[in-house]
Write a protein that binds this ligand. Sequence first.
Ligand code: NAP
Length: 572
Amino acid sequence: MRVTPAYSRIQRFRLPRLCVAVIGSDPANLLERAESHVRDNPFLEFRLDYLSQPAAALPKLHHFLELHPEAMVIATCRRAVNGGKFKGSVQSQLDILTKAADAGFQLVDIEIQSAQELKRDQFTELKNRVGVILSFHDFKSTKKLEDTFAGMREFSADFYKVVTTATNLSDNVTMMKFLQSHSGEHEMVGLCMGEQGIISRVLGVRAGSIFTFGSAAPGEETAPGQITVGELRDTYRIEMVEASTQVYGVAGDPVSHSLSPIMMNAAFRRETVNAVYLALHAKSLKDLLACANNIPIRGMSITMPYKQEIVQALANSDPLTKQIGACNTVVRSADGKFYGFNTDVAGIVTPLEQRMNLSGKRILVVGAGGVARAAVFGLKAREAEVLITNRTPEKAQALARQAKAKYVKRADLAKLSFDVILNATPLGMNGDRHTPLEEKELNTHYVFDLVYTPAETKLMKIAKAKGLHVIPGLEMFVQQGARQFEIWTGKPAPIAEMGYVVSKALERQHPAEAAPPDEPHAPEKEIAQPAKKATVAKPAAQPVAKKVVARKPKRVVVKSPSKSSAKKTVRR
Ligand code: NAP
């Protein structure tokens, strides 16, 4: 038998921050998974309740622990009535946890409800044998934490684990305040489950949670909203999150699909900024602002549906944001107030300016929503000739009037020609096989499709087949994010790195849709069907990316901004 120190109590400083919850369909499967994680993540929780006969697995687990003296392991056999899968009685649960202690587990997790059913001396005996995590789970809400904790404190445990469900962002604040107020006195573990609880999974350790849980792999979550240990470590850098870590995030509804956390956390890592960027699933703007004020969040990327609504809630915003009426970037200044910017404009204008001088260029914007507005005002500010078409003509007409652009009927498009056609509708997104325009309407040099999931849309394929130059929406995504990074940190953004991680993530999401090769500087003579009217100026030479990344972006290359444009954008 492995000798568990008799029992020298588990010290918080001995525990890693990240515990991998391991499940398996049978003991062999469980051990196989544990084996694949233990070297990188020696802190493991074995969910014995996922096995049909937990006790029968213990001899094999004992063998595993003898082979891996570096492992720090928790045995959990949560009862079904308390949200687990174990259907046995409390006495059988106690029996399994006791045997797990004898097999070499340093910690066992037991629910407060089970502890309350046991005789006091049974609980004491368990605690004398092994480190005890006394746990409480609320699968519906985050309520009455103090009352719950008062009941838990009646038991002397090594760790008190309180896990609730976030139904809004503010629940994370409640959890973190709770952790802060008790972590000085007790060894606490706390987090909120659910998609809206992701903040607490990352920032809980900053508020006093000794560790947090990650799933071993996608699809192996042991609790709603659990993220993988790989994401917690690589994307959110959980090991370095501390009190002085600045918090940023992308706020919207929904946001779970957003690639912004991958991109912005990679940028923070590359530039060694002590910051973490989270997905903030906000069900209302009020909830978002309450959470942002309490945490406090230093900056936010704002996405649908709050881009317009948030403008009224800001202390001030830059003139272009006011004109567009939509804000995608919020920064908290030293006075604690929120200021707004619109970096969608730079996201659209920069990739075009890298290829042409926009002054006098004839550009068709398809769509009249939020992003189309950013495109129209941004391009007008660069003295381009802007035309707008839209499914709902009245919206395009109104935008054309406001921006001093021209409205054009869809029926007239086949007769017209442009330097650039820009798709600002969602058509083509996520497997949608529609295109905003037909092949015969693409009389242009360039097609800029702002849709970036998948990396290559049907519109882009048609345009390429026609010999047109294509600018993928990924370039906008990276450029708007780069400006946000610059506004928040005052540093030039590591654009090559940002483009690389996003294109890789897109490849993982849409393996069938290969990302398009970059073609930013194809000379005009290569254009198969040149536009009838305007010509495209040779693009100005672009500076190379500021930092050379170890692995160059393979497919999509997004250029770094010039120093002057970076300076112009940075307002602190
Ligand atoms: P939005 O405000 O909802 O506007 C959508 C526009 O698309 C409206 O003009 C709408 O026309 C039109 N539209 C929607 N469905 C249509 C359909 N079935 N047929 C024809 N037109 C349709 O959205 P947004 O915020 O401007 O975003 C538009 C797209 O831009 C997004 O879907 C996204 O793919 C892309 N985007 C890209 C980035 C990036 O970084 N690359 C960033 C943000 C957004 P009506 O006026 O008739 O409703």
